[in-house]
Structures are given as structure tokens and as C-alpha cells.
Design a protein around this ligand. Sequence first.
Ligand SMILES: C[S@@+](CC[C@H](N)C(=O)[O-])C[C@H]1O[C@@H](n2cnc3c(N)ncnc32)[C@H](O)[C@@H]1O
Length: 192
Amino acid sequence: MSNWWDLAYSNDFIPWHSDTPTKELVDLVESGRIKPCKVIDIGCGLATNSIYLAKKGFIVTGIDISAVAISRAKQRAKMEGVSISFYNIDFTKTETVSKIGKFDLAIDIGCYHSLASKNERERYFESLNKILNNGGKYLLWAFSSKDAWKGGPPGIDENEIEIMYDKKFSIIERKLIDTSFRMTYFYYLQKL
Ligand SMILES: C[S@@+](CC[C@H](N)C(=O)[O-])C[C@H]1O[C@@H](n2cnc3c(N)ncnc32)[C@H](O)[C@@H]1O
């Protein structure tokens, strides 16, 4: 699958990319509800959110399955004058992921919702559990599966997160927002 992402980033076919950080993340940071800490940006792409967080004083690690995305993200971070640790890894590979350390905050803007199988999603969840400190926060931005289009990300089902994350996480906030793409779930969770 990394080939598909590499192809997309190589050809600049990246309709999801924005130079503006994600509104829901910015709201939490600017309101002081999320304070500078050690954060991992899962599926960081070209690292707009990683760069934003680094500028706000967070210690940032960005990971992505696409080597092309990581290479471009490194260039962008350099141009912006921020220091970020980048890794080209697949977040569903728990053994590899667990080697990069522990975090107080994990953000995922559009990565989890693109995982195609239940098995991949379970392994993702295992990785997340491994790398988040107890009491750590997790922010997930994911399309609803309801209006998925052919070839697009599958998205997530209405109670998928509640079912999968039950007992290990508590929900601080959950909302369904109408983005310019499609209906999108925004979750802000805390690891117990
Ligand atoms: C829709 S893009 C979003 C990128 C970025 N978060 C943003 O907001 O621009 C999803 C990203 O997740 C990455 N990705 C997909 N599956 C992954 C996996 N298993 N592990 C790590 N990254 C993955 C892709 O390469 C891509 O950069």
C-alpha cells in the first residue's frame, strides 16, 4: 500500500493536503486545552500539523508509511526552521513502532480511516496502546463510512471507535463535522 501513497506524493496528487493546520487541533491548542508535550503525528503526510505543533513548543515526531511524504516533510520542516523527528514506518507494525518511544499525545488526521481491513485497524490500535503513556491523549479525525466513494478511504463506522477503544480509553469529546470533503468524526480521547 505504501506504493500507492508514494505515487500520490510523487505526482502531487494529494487532495487531502493543506498548508493550514487542522481546525479542531488548532482550537484545542490555542484554547490551552492541549499544552506543549511529546506528540506523535501518525500518517503525518507533508507535516503541516507537525510543523504547527513544533512552532508551538511541542516535541514532535512525525511518522508516515510513504518515504516520499517523509522526505518532503523533512524539507518543509527545514524550510520552516523547526526540529522534528521523522520516521518512514507503517503504524500497523507494532514491533517497529514501539521502538520510537512513548508519547503524551497522538494525533491522526486521515490515516486510520484509510486502513482497509479490520486486522490492520486492530494492529494500529495495538501500536497506539504501546506508544501512548497512561493518561495520554489521542486526537482522531476520520471520515464517516456512510458516504464513502469508490476508491476513497473506507472511513469509520458510527460506533467503531467506542467499541474498539472501550475499557482502554475514555472519550473527552466526540463530534460529527461537515468538512469540505465529507462527514467527518472528530474524537478527543484519553488513555486510561
Ligand atoms: C489522507 S493522508 C493525511 C496526511 C496528513 N495527516 C494530512 O493531514 O495532510 C493519510 C496519510 O497516512 C499515511 N498512511 C497510510 N497508512 C499508513 C500506515 N499504515 N502507517 C503510517 N502512515 C500511513 C499516508 O501515507 C498519508 O500520508
